[in-house]
Write a protein that binds this ligand. Structure first.
Ligand SMILES: [Zn+2]
Ligand SMILES: [Zn+2]
Length: 470
């Protein structure tokens, strides 16, 4: 994080890392420079550098799932239950681990907290404490080496590679003091192993066994195959959501918005929005976009289980969108050819204009001299009208005296500028001197202030308006 404001005296600099960050130009580059990564992974050290526990979990799960599914009949009751259990444990991660604990985007009753902590254990993705710590670093250091699932390392690294391999660096510092104090987080962390065995295998086996006598189907489909889906669905938030889709709110980093990602991640697919407004309890802001996690939290709030659902001010959300829209329009603007500006054209006297127009077809309109040689035969109103005005001022004729030309005609005319008549352009900004395509233009702030002196004018006005800040 770069430090824009000097924060040495800031009372809010509660952690040592924040204080340190204020002393260096950029925390990330400073940390990368001053700490040594572990040696790179090669074929010769690979076996030592694998995280064997994660390798076991992430290979045993698909193996049992596929082999089990091949030899086990799927009953419809078990199939429905497995889907429901997928959503139950998935929501434990998305609504619980992610939006509640990692981002504190709403408040939850104790009952809901235990419900989410237990459901999330069934997804076997580590304890809330470990998961949220990594996720906060992911948001704070997105796309850098301090981001534990840095998308810059490639799709598969951000999907599973970061768990299979021992990380080369510790994730960047993130404040998790609230989680360390949280009784539900501590309880889940303490009983994590029995909780995952209970919630990922025992419960999905026992329920189908007791209710419709299908223990084996429950074990294979609601236990393992469902776990495989929950794993890769939530892993997609780190891989697919940083790879596929659009950037309607900000394109500084890799997070993207895509419906397909939302579909496979229980609504976490509007990830460009999420990285811009991580405290917002929503990922999708439009009612028709697929975000079951948001719907779940909203229903919980109706039932009195959740409250204080955080929503970023719509005005600021729309500013982000507008910025990106303007950026894209600016790219279009820059890809087009524009007429020469009056400052870039030779200034010609009236007598010189008359004289030069005897040698080439020049027409004066709105103070600009145009060479219409390539256009005479193509003029939709007939060549004779153009010939008639060579060496004359055709301003009135062009703007309605003879024919009120279209915007397109005006734009095209401006491309034929070759000179400016001395004293010929009206001082006041006249629509006739500006082609319609240029009356609205996208300019960078620096361009505006350098031409109009806007910033200095703002400061010189201060005296007149002295008073309390409102
Ligand atoms: Zn992300
Ligand atoms: Zn997040």
């Amino acid at each position: 994080m770069s430090s824009v404001y000097p924060r040495k005296s800031s009372p809010s600099a509660s952690t040592t890392t924040t204080a340190k960050a204020s002393e260096v130009d950029n925390y990330v580059s400073h940390t990368l420079k001053t700490t040594k990564p572990l040696p790179p992974i090669t074929w010769s050290n690979l076996l030592n550098e694998l995280n064997w526990l994660n390798v076991a979990i992430l290979t045993v799960t698909p193996t049992v799932s596929f082999v089990g599914a091949y030899y086990t009949k799927l009953r419809w009751e078990t199939a429905l239950f497995a889907v429901a259990y997928y959503f139950f444990t998935g929501l434990g991660i998305t609504a619980g681990y992610h939006r509640f604990w990692a981002h504190r985007s709403y408040q939850a009753s104790k009952f809901l907290q235990y419900f989410l902590a237990i459901a999330g254990a069934g997804a076997v993705e580590g304890s809330i404490k470990w998961w949220s710590r990594g996720h906060r670093a992911h948001h704070r250091y997105t796309d850098t080496e301090l981001d534990p699932y840095n998308a810059g390392e490639g799709f598969w690294y951000s999907h599973v590679g970061w768990m299979l391999l021992k990380p080369r660096r510790k994730p960047g510092a993130a404040d998790v003091s609230d989680l360390a104090k949280d009784p539900v987080v501590r309880w889940q962390h303490k009983y994590y192993i029995p909780l995952i065995l209970l919630m990922s295998i025992a419960v999905p086996t026992i329920i189908p066994w007791l209710c419709w006598g299908d223990a084996r189907g429950g074990y294979v489909y609601a236990g393992f195959l469902r776990l495989l889906f929950v794993h890769h669905s939530t892993f997609c938030v780190n891989s697919l959501a940083h790879w596929l889709g659009s950037t309607p709110f900000d394109d500084k980093h890799s997070p993207r918005d895509h419906f397909v990602t939302a579909l496979v991640t229980i609504g976490e697919g509007y990830h460009n929005f999420h990285h811009q407004f991580p405290m917002d309890y929503r990922n999708a802001i439009k009612w028709y976009e697929y975000d079951p996690t948001k719907w779940f939290i909203w229903v919980c709030s109706l039932m009195g289980l959740a409250s204080h659902l955080k929503v970023f001010p719509d005005n600021e959300v729309r500013k982000g969108q507008l910025t990106m829209q303007l950026k894209r329009l600016r790219e279009t603007q820059e890809s087009l050819a524009w007429p020469s500006d009056s400052n870039d054209l030779p200034v010609v006297s009236w007598d010189s204009y008359i004289e030069q127009s005897t040698k080439r077809p020049l027409i004066l309109i709105s103070g600009f001299i145009h060479d219409v040689g390539s256009f005479i035969e193509e003029h939709p109103g007939g060549a004779h009208w153009i010939v008639k005005y060579i060496g004359k001022d055709a301003t009135t004729a062009f703007f309605g005296g003879v024919y009120d030309h279209s915007n397109a005609a005006h734009n095209l005319l401006a491309m034929k500028r070759v000179g400016v008549l001395h004293n010929g352009i009206p001082l006041a900004v006249d629509d006739k001197a500006i082609p319609p395509s240029q009356r609205l233009k996208i300019a960078r702030y620096a361009e505006l202030s350098s031409t109009t002196g806007a910033s200095s004018a703002t400061y010189s006005d201060v005296d007149e308006k002295e008073g309390l800040l409102s």
